[in-house]
Ligand binder design. Structure first.
Ligand SMILES: [Zn+2]
Length: 299
């Protein structure tokens, strides 16, 4: 059976097809072209799905808050043009499929499904995918299945509070993990310590200096990791979760973040042996979203 998935992003639409055993059959990436409006984007998505052979079903991952009942993206700053558009039903109509043959899911959740199926989490029944980018995203797999929660918001590890007096977060509350461990936050913290963090490649430089030896760069990434670990400790304590898969652009620094992450988990989680906790680098990179979406396509 051919599984087709689309990962809708603010700048690119990534898509592909896999068989049910996980063999990749095709992959594509095209510009989203948001400026042309929702209709044009939907047209491109439908054409891509058709080209990839979505004859019976389609899975779609999108950033933002998803209304699963209506198949609509409710709130997404990066995809304003597609907010409140009947994305699922419009794609189904254009593909000549029933609405029930198209599944719309949050992109971080889709990526978690991808990593759990074919990526770093494939030998784990339970895992949390943590994406470190502009923000901190998350997706939760429990007992081999996506756990999205009652409103689709489960797994939002980036908005777990680690300090009620901490910096204000974009979500309107204070001290969220995202304000300490996203790429954006790491840059801010570097600047506060007088380390260079203005240019796009500066976090990579910081990570390579941290790898090279003890110094302020290593201390900073240790502190960033520890704050992330303090947030992950909530998942360890609440769910007895043992596997964390870390992806996103800043996830490339996981090797130097990991000692801090472990320290944070150890410090804040209740009654667990750290030796049982695995912190793994994501393996699928930019393919995780469409692969997970394909896996979620209704069958
Ligand atoms: Zn927040």
């Amino acid at each position: 059976m051919r599984l087709v998935g689309i990962d809708l992003g603010g700048t690119a639409i990534k898509a592909g097809a896999a068989d049910e055993h996980g063999a990749i059959l095709a992959r594509r990436s095209i510009p989203t072209g948001l400026a042309e409006g929702a209709d044009a984007v939907l047209g491109r998505m439908a054409a891509l799905a058709r080209e990839l052979g979505a004859e019976r079903a389609l899975g779609v991952g999108s950033p933002g808050l998803i209304d699963h009942e209506r198949g609509v993206v409710l709130e997404c700053p990066n995809l304003k043009a597609l907010e409140d558009v009947p994305l699922r039903d419009e794609l189904a109509r254009r593909l000549g499929l029933p609405n029930s043959a198209v599944r719309l899911e949050n992109d971080a959740n889709a990526a978690a499904v991808g990593e759990g199926w074919l990526g770093a989490g494939r030998s784990h029944r339970d895992l949390l995918l943590v994406t470190l980018g502009t923000g901190v995203g998350g997706g939760l797999i429990l007992d081999g299945r996506l756990y999205a929660g009652a409103g689709g918001m489960a797994g939002e590890i980036g908005h777990v509070c680690i300090d009620p007096e901490g910096p204000w977060c974009g979500c309107g509350r204070r001290g969220c993990v995202e304000q300490y461990a996203s790429a954006t936050a790491a840059r801010r913290r570097a600047r506060e310590q007088g380390l260079p963090a203005e240019q796009p490649g500066d976090l990579e430089l910081l990570a390579s200096l941290a790898r090279a030896g003890a110094g302020p760069e290593r201390d900073l990434l240790l502190a960033v990791g520890r704050d992330l670990g303090r947030g992950l400790a909530a998942a360890v304590t609440l769910l007895d979760l043992r596997c964390f898969v870390v992806g996103g652009g800043f996830g490339a620094a996981l090797d130097v973040l990991a000692p801090g992450i472990q320290a944070g988990i150890e410090e804040r989680s209740y009654g667990r042996r750290l030796a049982d906790v695995r912190i793994l680098p994501a393996e699928l990179g930019a393919d995780a979203g469409w692969i997970g979406a394909a896996r979620l396509a209704p069958r």
